[in-house]
Design a protein around this ligand. Sequence first.
Ligand code: C2E
Ligand code: MG
Ligand code: MG
Length: 636
Amino acid sequence: MLEAKPVERAAMTDEVAGGPTTLSDALVRLAETEDILRAIGAGEVDAFVISDGGSEQRVFTLSTADRPYRMFVENMRDGAATVSSSGLILYANRRLAELLSCSRETIVGSPLARFMAADVPIGLDEIRGPGGVGTTVEFDLLDGDGAVVPVLVGSSPLEVDSDQLICLTFTDLTARKAQDREIARLGRDQAERMAELQDAQAALTEQATHDALTGLPNRNLLVDRIAQALSHSQRSRRFVAVLFVDLDDFKQVNDTHGHAAGDAVLRRVAEQMRAALRPMDTVARIGGDEFAVLAPDVDSQVHAVSIANRLVTAFRGPHDRKDTEPVTASVGISMAVGGRATAETLLTEADTAMYHAKGLGGARVEVFDSALGRKVRQRSAEQRALQSALDAGRVIVHYQPIIDLRSGGVTGFEALARLAELDGSIVLPAAFIPSAEDSGLIVPLGERVLEMACHEACSWHLPGPPESRLTIAVNISSHQLDRYDLTTFVGETLAQTGLDPQRLHLELTETAIIDLRPHIVQQLARIRDLGAEIGLDDFGTGYASLTHLRRLPLTFVKIDRSFVRGLETDQEDDRIVSAVVNLAASLGLRSIAEGVETGGQLDRLRELGCDQAQGYLFARPLPPDALPTVIQRSAW
Ligand code: C2E
Ligand code: MG
Ligand code: MG
């Protein structure tokens, strides 16, 4: 610290007076003199006298020189204060008054602590401490209304007349804090959205790979796993087995007990399968009541069948509750070791074997083999042939006359479907009806035949009263009765062709009406109401019982060809035909014998009292243009 010496004070005044002529000039020169600056800082210099060397002299007091700095502090964009070492506010600039929403009279003289939300270390010791001068600290001010004002405080020590003071600046952080909060909020939102997206992603993955009802893997995931197992089996040379499991009569569970009960059965079955399998096996639900199992690492066919049997046995477990109907299943197995097999071929083959198991009555296990494969390929070739015949209008109908055994005259014809090949040959029903039944093509085929037959029958003319007009018998498949509104189609066809409904006879194969479910019986009753007649075809070969004969609205039964064939040679056949003719008569039904080939058979049928007959003895099924000759023939 510079000592205050009057000499120096005088000297300085002299020097200034003898040298520079402007203030800036004087200041520049002063700036070079460190000691003089210190003297000013210590309050030892009060004024400058500046002379131009002549009479002109100007006096600058230091308070004048100070003013710009005071104004600067006063008008600063930050708040500023001087605080005594005991914490009293000695000075506050205008901005600080604004920040604290208080008058300066209130602020000056008050302890700084009054305006602080919490104790903050901004005393002299802290300023001089490790952080030191120039460090800043954030804290909250409390304004006159008690509202919080976040600020950044800078502090520096100030020594005035040996008093230790503190200079503080306050930068308002309100806007920045709001911005920070907004950024944090956006960050939080972003994080939440990310979490939501991740959850959605996980749910989608679960949905894409699992079945919602049972929680089992779905077909996609199963196919992946089969592919993996196949590539692994290429090295291990052990079998990969795929089991296709289809519940028997599941539709009935749904129909009788409702869908909730059906769902419960599916969940239970899923659980039982999981429990019955090895940990390495995968069980998947791949359709309504269809499950498939991947059993990798299988030794042999016997091993695979034993896994399948374990499953089937598991379903038979205890069923103590009402919603747990006992369940049986049909299982198809296919096996492969690496090579050219794919997941899809294994699944298709297992499905085929399962279908075969179903065809054999269900509740059994079948293994896919090449013979079955051939059969399936043949079926699908048949389906393609039928489809293209339907598309190209190559379905034709031949008509076999039905003879009244008392008069020997023609009473009507049976319509029998055929496919006309491009080479002129004709395909018989045995080559397309079974695959048409499998594929559902039997419905459009049946419609086509019904339309053509009704149309054809309208062109036949026979003299005599209306009741003697020729009838037309059309074969109907079970599929046409089960999931399809046959009645409406029959009604429309009769209306369109103008055929007298009483001339239309529908023949149901015995196997078609085994189940007497109400909707089937009702559908037949409605067809009867239209005026058409209904009869049982191939009687004696299927499962029809007396109940069927009583419950169904029938008017005739057709005795199957296999019994008629033995009429002359086999006593048992003779007795069966005799019994059927009598049964029909006692129930008020007409009896019609099929496949009559010999005069002996015809004679015996007449003796037994059979009403009508058809067979090669009279005529083979004939194309429409051959019918007039048959119709005109008076008697056989
Ligand atoms: P089905 O209804 O029992 O028809 C009688 C079958 O016996 C016909 O065979 C007929 O040609 C044959 N047949 C008639 N008399 C004799 C005979 O004296 N000896 C021999 N060996 N056979 C005789 P087809 O035409 O081959 O039809 C076979 C079966 O195909 C039909 O048996 C019927 O169940 C089915 N079918 C034919 N057309 C249709 C159709 O449009 N719809 C449906 N759903 N099934 C049809
Ligand atoms: Mg028939
Ligand atoms: Mg028949």
